[in-house]
Each structure stands twice: as structure tokens, then as C-alpha cells.
Design a protein around this ligand. Structure first.
Ligand code: ADP
Ligand code: MG
Length: 292
């Protein structure tokens, strides 16, 4: 079984069937590029993988664990969905940083919230433990618990902050840690968004046209960061219009057209030797646009 398995994903909006049975798999550490014309369903597919939309049919598994099975017809609770979503990270076209927070806080925020949840759970467990103790033993144990909580929250904070600094370094923005998003270029904002997505250590990091909102001179720095992640064994799915990037960085490529996988294959093979007429026409058009 592959690390990521998507089986027969289907999604309708009203009468409009946007995904018409999408199946693919990906191994750990592989990079998948998804290409295709606008309106073909690429964003919808990423949103389904990230539990922002619920497919009408299909199954999804990561690392052998079934995360979604439409046949179960289950209504997941918000907490369950949040937990499932943690397997994936998503970097949007429009960065979506929190404008009111510094770069550093943008990166640490989600982890800090998770840590707070962890501490609350620990406190609950501690209270239950105290209730079960004989009255005479409670005071001493409470004092110990207090100490343990201080240690736990200090440890979590330290780990979160150290990781944020490490990620900022990786995307080349350590010196911007106290800046606000409006003080950064689009390329820098997108690099922060990448660090933020990585902070939660997703199994699979997804990008939805990460450079298409950027001026051409800024796309290179973002693509370079994504390319660099490949060396860290990150498993990635990148929806992109950058054909050269897809060809050089991706292991596999999927061409989506009208909600179906029209063609898929090893990256070089698909670009150099496309089989379907639709793929050929699409690649020809992309090439022409590059020269406009
Ligand atoms: N929330 C939504 N409600 C209704 N229609 C949607 C919604 N999201 C996407 N669509 C439709 O789904 C189709 C595919 O869109 P999308 O997944 O954004 O394609 P792509 O990313 O390949 O350009 C489009 O026809 C779009 O209008
Ligand atoms: Mg899209």
C-alpha cells in the first residue's frame, strides 16, 4: 500500500460534477505535480484532501490509516476533522497570513493552540487522579502535578519556538521574524506561509498554485524553497502552471481535465512524450503562453 492512496474521489456542487472519480497514489518523499486548465477541479481536489470539502464518493488513506470513506456516511465531529486535517498542510495561492500577527506568531500560532489543548487535557487527567486519591495524599501529589505542568508547558513552548526559528531559517527569513506581513514582499509572504504549513509537521504538504499571485521576478525564490523541501524528504502535491518546475522537481505528474485524470506518469516522460491528444494540446498551449 502506498503512503497516500486516493480512490475514486467524486465531488458535485449542485448538478456540477467537478471531480469525476480521481484515483492516485504517492510514496513517502515523492513530489506530485498536478497540472491542467482552469476550472478542471484541481483546487477542489486539494480542498477535499485537506478536509475543507467533503467528497461524495471515495476513500483516502495515509500511511495505512483510512482517513475518509464516503461509504461510511459518517458525520465527523469538528474535533475529528481537525485531527484528520493535521495529516495535510495547504499553502494557498493568496498566502492567507494573519495580517495582525508577526511572522513569528503566524508560524507558532496553530501549534500553540494545539499545545494549549494538550495542557488542558493533562489538567483534566490530573484532577481525576486527585479525586481518586485518599484525602491525606492529595496535597503532596498536587504540588508535584503543578511542577509537572510547569515543565510540560515550558517544554512545549521551547519546542514550538525552536522549530519556528528553524523553519524561518529554512525559508531564508530568519531576520524577518518580527515583521508583519504587510512589510514583506509577496514572495516573502509566501515563504512564511510555507514555514507556517510545515510547523504542524504534516505528512503531505499541498500547494495550490503557490506562485500564480506573484510577480514573475518573485516566483523563483518560492519555487527554490519548495525544491529545497524535496531534499528533506517532504511528501508534496503541487498544483502548478510552472511546467519547467513540474518537469524538473516532480517525480510524478497528473494532468487533470474536466474532473478526470486524463494522463499521468513519471514527470519527464509525461512532458517529453505525452500520449493523449488533450495533454499534447494543453502542453502546447502552456508553452505558447510562456512565450507571449
Ligand atoms: N464551493 C463551490 N461551489 C460551487 N462550485 C464550485 C465551488 N468550488 C468550485 N466550484 C466549481 O468547480 C469547478 C472547478 O473549480 P476548481 O476546483 O477551482 O478548478 P481549478 O482549480 O482546476 O481551476 C469550477 O466550475 C468551479 O466553478
Ligand atoms: Mg485552482
Amino acid at each position: 500500500m502506498a503512503f497516500l492512496e486516493v480512490e475514486n474521489y467524486r465531488k458535485k456542487f449542485g448538478e456540477n460534477e467537478v471531480l469525476k472519480g480521481i484515483s492516485f497514489s504517492l510514496e513517502k518523499g515523492e513530489v506530485l505535480a498536478i497540472i491542467g486548465s482552469s476550472g478542471g477541479g484541481k483546487t477542489t481536489l486539494l480542498r477535499c484532501l485537506n478536509f475543507l470539502e467533503s467528497p461524495d464518493e471515495g476513500t483516502l488513506s495515509v500511511n495505512g490509516e483510512t482517513l475518509f470513506d464516503a461509504a461510511e456516511k459518517k458525520q465527523y465531529s469538528d474535533a475529528q476533522i481537525r485531527e484528520k486535517r493535521l495529516h495535510f498542510g495547504l499553502v494557498f495561492q493568496q498566502f492567507n497570513l494573519f495580517p495582525q500577527y508577526t511572522v513569528f506568531r503566524n508560524i507558532t500560532l496553530a501549534q500553540t493552540l494545539l499545545a494549549k489543548g494538550e495542557i488542558r487535557a493533562k489538567k483534566r487527567a490530573f484532577r481525576a487522579e486527585i479525586r481518586a486519591l485518599p484525602a491525606t495524599a492529595r496535597k503532596a501529589r498536587k504540588a508535584e502535578q503543578k511542577q509537572e505542568l510547569v515543565q510540560l508547558s515550558g517544554g512545549l513552548k521551547e519546542r514550538i519556538e525552536a522549530r519556528a526559528l528553524q523553519l524561518l531559517e529554512r525559508v531564508g527569513l530568519l531576520e524577518k521574524k518580527d515583521s508583519y506581513p504587510y512589510q514583506l514582499s509577496g514572495g516573502q509572504q509566501q515563504r512564511v506561509a510555507i514555514a507556517r504549513a510545515l510547523a504542524l509537521e504534516p505528512d503531505i504538504l499541498c500547494f495550490d498554485e503557490p506562485t500564480s499571485a506573484l510577480d514573475p521576478e518573485l516566483t523563483g525564490e518560492v519555487l527554490k524553497v519548495i525544491k529545497g523541501l524535496k531534499d528533506t524528504e517532504s511528501t508534496m502535491i503541487v498544483v502548478t502552471h510552472e511546467m519547467e518546475f513540474a518537469k524538473n522537481v516532480a517525480d510524478k505528474v497528473i494532468f487533470i481535465s474536466d474532473g478526470v485524470i486524463e494522463e499521468e506518469g513519471e514527470a519527464r516522460e509525461l512532458f517529453e512524450n505525452p500520449q493523449s491528444e488533450k495533454t499534447k494540446a494543453f502542453l502546447r498551449r502552456s508553452l505558447e503562453e510562456d512565450f507571449e
